[in-house]
Design a protein around this ligand. Structure first.
Ligand SMILES: [Zn+2]
Ligand SMILES: [Zn+2]
Length: 386
């Protein structure tokens, strides 16, 4: 064996990067426990172990490094790709979430002016776009559970922290789903006014946050505040009835050409009420919606928050709440899809009017398919007999 004169520090540092390269989180943990000073080192490309682990999309490596004190904000990469940029490029949502929870900033720009979520969108990792764009640190919500200014009562009652935090991190922004969440997350439906107020404060903060200004998040908070406000109006008018049903019925009512024109008008009104009309984001929305081939307002809002998904828009959605890849379909027509019985119930008022017609259409399609199958059989027979 050849003797090397390599500096033991350099050799030790190399081992750290090798362990990451080999996805060996057990060895990595041993190395860092013995040599904690190696956790925030740089390699010859000025990349940290955490940046490498994030780029590999390996949750265990990332968790090990963070547990051992890796600095999520340390970035000397020549093109200013942060750990979160690398996590976003890896496509692993768990890695992105770990980095965000450790304090990674989603507004950091690389040298070509792209945020981590924009890089994720660029390479088609739409789940990472959603995770990053909808992430809110718990401490940013906790802030509202303490008294504000001269007022001694906190804007957000502390017992709502858990529910409210979950509510604002939801990725599915379909208005029916938002209303369902208000009902499902404990305590929210009874405190609509407080929730609306906190969301308005958060909307304002995201818009005036210096270099951390986040227009998308500001819009999301405005959007949620608007829906909560509308639910509150219905509640004031009608009392403690099934608000979700009343709302879903109103929003899902089909207009001409079966388009959801009531929901579209509702969402456009929400956009019009966005208080920051000079923002780049507002002008972008208005430009998109005034195009001749303008998409629906729901599509615009969803793309804004969760990124444009291109061909993925062909994935099936629940006809009530917009959830992707729902588990069930209407047992009669077998055309429209739902998450569960509750989603079907919310849509039934409108669907029952077209279900029979759809049955007819699928029956026809079945007979066409049956006919085709016969043709294939005949062809096979033909092949056999030849
Ligand atoms: Zn659903
Ligand atoms: Zn049906």
């Amino acid at each position: 064996m050849l003797e090397t004169n390599e500096d033991p520090t350099i050799a030790g540092e190399k081992k750290v990067f090798e362990a990451i390269n080999n996805n060996d989180s057990v060895l990595l943990k041993v190395l860092l426990t013995e040599n904690p000073q190696y956790v925030n080192i740089l390699d010859e490309n000025r990349m940290t172990p955490l940046q490498h682990a994030a780029y590999k999309g390996n949750k265990e490596l990332v968790r090990t490094l963070l547990d051992q004190g890796a600095d999520v904000k340390l970035c000397e990469h020549p093109h200013n790709y942060t750990s979160l940029h690398f996590g976003a490029l890896s496509g692993n949502t768990d890695v992105c979430l770990l980095l965000l929870e450790a304090g990674a900033k989603s507004t950091e720009l690389n040298t070509v002016g792209r945020t981590p979520s924009q890089m994720a969108a660029f390479v088609g990792h739409h789940n990472c776009v959603s995770i990053i764009n909808n992430f809110i640190a718990r401490k940013d919500v906790e802030h509202y559970t303490r008294p504000h200014g001269s007022d001694n009562t906190p804007p957000l009652p502390p017992f709502l922290l858990e529910s409210f935090h979950k509510f604002i991190m939801q990725i599915n922004v379909h208005p029916v789903k938002v209303v369902m969440n208000l009902h499902n997350f404990m305590g929210l439906q009874e405190h609509l006014k407080e929730i609306k107020k906190v969301l308005e404060l958060m909307c304002e903060k995201e818009m005036h946050n210096g270099s951390d200004t986040n227009e998308v998040m500001s819009f999301k908070f405005h959007y949620l505040a608007y829906v909560v406000g509308e639910v509150d109006k219905v509640k004031q008018r009608q009392g403690q009835i099934d608000i979700t049903e009343t709302f879903a019925k109103k929003l899902l009512k089909p207009g001409k050409d079966d388009s959801l024109e009531f929901m579209d008008a509702f969402l456009k009104e929400c956009i019009r009420e966005f208080p920051y009309r000079d923002s780049t984001l507002f002008r972008q929305i208005v430009t998109t919606l005034s195009r001749e081939d303008a998409p629906s307002a729901l599509f615009v809002i969803d793309s804004l928050i969760n990124g444009q998904k291109g061909f993925l828009d062909n994935v099936p959605h629940c006809n009530s709440c917009g959830e992707e890849k729902p588990a069930k379909k209407c047992s009669k027509c077998k055309v429209v899809q739902y998450c569960d019985r509750n989603c079907q119930r919310l849509h039934w008022t409108w669907h029952k009017k077209v279900c029979a017609k759809l049955c007819q259409e699928t029956a026809d399609a079945d007979s066409v398919r049956a006919a085709k199958e016969v043709d294939i059989k005949e062809l096979q027979n033909l092949l056999v007999n030849n």
